[in-house]
Design a protein around this ligand. Sequence first.
Ligand code: NAD
Length: 441
Amino acid sequence: MKIIYKKLVVLTEKVEDLEIKESTKPDKNPFEMAKMQFDIVAEKMGLDENISKYLKRIERSLIVSIPIIMDNGDLEVFEGYRVHHSTVRGPGKGGLRYSEGVFLDEVKALAMWMTWKNSLLNLPLGGAKGGVCVDPSKLSKKELERLTRRFTAEIINVIGPDIDIPAPDINTNPQIMAWIMDVYSMQKGKSVPGVVTGKPIEIGGSVGRETATGRGLYFILQAICEKLDLDLKSLKIVIQGFGNVGGNIAKILYEEGVKVIAVSDISGGLFDEQGLNIKELLEWRDKNGLLKDFYERDYFFVSNKDLLEIKCDVLIPASIENQITESNAYNLDCKVILEGANGPTTPEADEILERREIIVVPDILANAGGVCVSYFEYVQDLQSYFWKLDRINQELRNIMIEAFEEVYKISNEKKVTLRIAAYMIAISRLKKAIELRGIFP
Ligand code: NAD
């Protein structure tokens, strides 16, 4: 029997009720969660014990201290990480996150998810990730620059076009990538644009990179709608997270005439059953900041917790890990979850959602547009030959749809969820690479 739990979403009309109280540190250890996801798939695949042992370990974790002289003359020391989960299929590739809640096990999980993602897309790249434990909104621009430059100097031996190529993630952006590229280039005595992706276009960045994760999500949404016979234009969509990923997918949907009925950032969310004016909200965000201060229209304020439970067709978590757990999976009221964030759903929640027949399009497929165009940027930098936007979007679509079709086919053939199918494809490719290379010495 299918049990559907309905819950009335509590809407708060007074902004005073909203505080920025969402914890930045997830309840569940993300690395334990990532290993649990792996174990579930390894068992289903009957994966060789040795391969399993190999892939569950992190190749290299670097922890660094980052001392900075603040504008007031005081010294502050921040902690930073760069983790390579696997370089079996190519140089490490993955974002760099600035957040007060960043910790080593989170970065390890994110690096592991990058390995699966790059393998699923069949990119010649491994999996890596980095983070600095800092709230960048508390730093001046000069302090942020000093922090980024010193962090780059501390990790310089483990990054490089042939080693590991960082990119933007939460609270990092093209300017931060430019500073990383500059420090690396100064040390090498030549300009090395291929050391990072997500750079400004003027110094070797790629057109279409900033919007790529959102664009990729849209391609995957179109594809899943086709399979499920859903009319994209009449969908109601809820998005958690209104930064690069959440903001860009919201913008594309709004421009395509699809109703986005709720969005949120770390301060909480806005909801209107008739659809939000995303263009206006994005302009407002860029000028003013947090959504909790938006009063221009008669929208309802809603907490991040309640936002996830709003009745909609497609829910797009696009903030941080661990948002859909066993404690709210019964309350979700959507048909499809399209994972914009990395690791938003716990394995326990996955099980509940499967029983409830809610389709989850996994992060390693859904949000892979970002790393895909990062790969295009890297290739363009190495060749010193830059593509036009039409080519970027066409090649992005080709790669994303090819991966989607493969995942969908395996999911049907093996009667497993899309996440398990995606992992099976990714892990099989890694297994092959490990067997071909052998174990050194
Ligand atoms: P961002 O910093 O641009 O935006 C993050 C958004 O999430 C902001 O609106 C922020 O206010 C909100 N947020 C942060 N903490 C929150 C919390 N505790 N509860 C609710 N909202 C919160 O970051 P981004 O680049 O958009 O990344 C978002 C997610 O997407 C991350 O999981 C990231 O790893 C993943 N991702 C990013 C890319 C990319 O290209 N940027 C690619 C693939 C996956």
